[in-house]
Design a protein around this ligand. Structure first.
Ligand SMILES: Cc1cc2nc3c(=O)[nH]c(=O)nc-3n(C[C@H](O)[C@H](O)[C@H](O)COP(=O)(O)O)c2cc1C
Length: 192
């Protein structure tokens, strides 16, 4: 395979852009299909496709936020109006958010851990796909990835879990890079 300088430079400089800075325009239907196609092209021991995706876009962004606000209020009746409004706006303003669900389950040969890792690869591959098509993206979990009621409201079924939410849009800010770990702190060479 020939070396690909553009891809190398992208991988050397990529950084997430937070959801607050992701705005319209988002991907067209054709672009979104490509992002999803790339996103689901991941290592997958046993070819189980142990994941599935839920799109939250258009008017459903506000409706999903409303559901989160209802759950937050039920779980914490003392929640203040600013916090409630934050829940309502959770999936705004990013044009599209993709919930990545791990459907890992017991398998005689493939450990659930490996199935979960494959789902995490989907999430990060969606990020790469978004950038490849000229957008920016971020991968977050937040409380609703871990909360049973919120998970159900957003589409997880029994035995499944969100590995996160990948939001995609056009970046409206240049994000400073964050310090990256020096290699000598995280890499050692195995020696006998
Ligand atoms: C599994 C996972 C969950 C995350 N959840 C959150 C989150 O809930 N809130 C948040 O602010 N950042 C979260 N982050 C971090 C963001 O993705 C953050 O933007 C990222 O670490 C920036 O690194 P990058 O510039 O290399 O992409 C999460 C990261 C991962 C891998």
């Amino acid at each position: 395979m020939p070396s690909n300088a553009a891809m190398r430079d992208y991988l050397l400089t990529r950084r997430s852009v937070g959801m607050a800075f992701l705005k319209d325009p988002g991907p067209t239907a054709v672009e979104l299909e490509q992002i999803l196609t790339i996103g689901t092209r991941v290592p997958d021991h046993g070819k189980l496709s142990p994941w599935r995706l839920i799109l939250i876009d258009g008017e459903n962004r506000a409706k999903a936020g409303e559901r989160l606000a209802e759950i937050a209020k039920r779980q914490n009746p003392a929640i203040d109006s600013a916090a409630l409004e934050m829940e309502r706006q959770r999936f705004l303003p990013a044009p599209v958010t993709i919930g990545v669900i791990s459907t890992a389950k017991h398998h005689p040969k493939i450990p659930e851990f490996e199935q979960l890792l494959s789902a995490a690869n989907v999430a990060f591959n969606l990020v790469h796909a978004a950038y490849a098509l000229g957008f920016a993206a971020t991968w977050v979990t937040r409380w609703y990835a871990y909360d049973a009621e919120a998970g159900e409201a957003l589409g997880v079924r029994y035995g499944e879990r969100f590995v996160g939410f990948v939001s995609i849009g056009t970046p409206t800010a240049v994000i400073e890079d964050r310090p990256r770990p020096p290699l000598d702190q995280v890499v050692t060479r195995w020696q006998a």
